[in-house]
Design a protein around this ligand. Sequence first.
Ligand code: UFG
Length: 327
Amino acid sequence: MILVTGGAGYIGSHTVLNFINKGYELVIFDSLENGHIETVNTLKQIGNIHFIKGDLRNLDDVEAIFSNYKIDTVIHFAGFIQVEESVKNPEKYYKNNVLASINLFNTMVQHNIQRVVFSSSAAVYGEPLYTPIDEKHPKKPLNPYGENKSQVEEILKEYDAKYNLKSICLRYFNVAGADLQSRIGEWHEPETHLIPNILKSIFEKDKTFKVFGTDYDTFDGTCIRDYVNVEDLAEAHYLAYMYLKNNNKSDIFNLGTENGSSVKEVFETVEEIAGRKINIEYQERREGDAAILLANASKAKKILKWIPKHTLEDSIKTAYLWEKSKH
Ligand code: UFG
């Protein structure tokens, strides 16, 4: 069986749904600090899902998973994701994102489980030295969140050498969109991401959308990002799982569309899809935002045979319908 840590969260739940659609039975492990029980219940109605509420920081909780279920592969999403909070409270992030991962990997080794897909991030690169960014770009994270992701990648490298634990690290660029049927979607509290924040300014009274910076060195002055659809991303996890099973080899892949969109282009697309104007407030730059983050994802395309199918418009449409369903 496949274990999905953080399976009640945004990307985790979409990956679970992808595997359910392919007929897999899965175990979700989630502390529900940021994941949602509603998401678990929805997934349980769709497929064969077991749910364990637990904390990876607690070794007994981790041990209980592997004693109770016959797991052959782990897809590890669980972790805190707020960059700003990681700067304010690094200890919380190192304990939850690094120590907890060590607990997980050690217990896997003890139970002779040798495959893990790890949810990494473009945050490992820091300020790009060149774009598009390929996997060979030096790692120089700008904050504890990115540092955590980078450290877990390094730990996995050592665990492969020492314990033969094989891993695929997937470095996501900006993830967007929701399930086509609006059963699950992006649900963070607080919400810091661009597209859900634009949508909230539509659906929530007296909410304006704040643009962080208009003086970047880009064609329209706002930041450029590579928005990859969450269903395409979920499929990449399936391909990574298959790759590990068939090749038994560790590797690292960027996941992005290789297309950049500016903040202005994104909110204009939302305006078109929603058929209305958005209340915009122009603000100063947000600390730590790079001007351009754009993926070179040719390695994932070539080796994993990953083909992202959805456009930014698709992601905004499904995100819009999901947000609407919540109001
Ligand atoms: N933005 C706004 N207003 C908002 C929210 C965001 O203008 O209300 C802007 C940001 O300044 C940025 C862009 O929209 O230019 C995208 O911001 P997000 O917060 O949606 O995403 P980030 O690029 O900051 O973060 C993403 C991932 C992180 C990861 C980071 C670096 O969500 O997990 O990329 O790779 F750490």
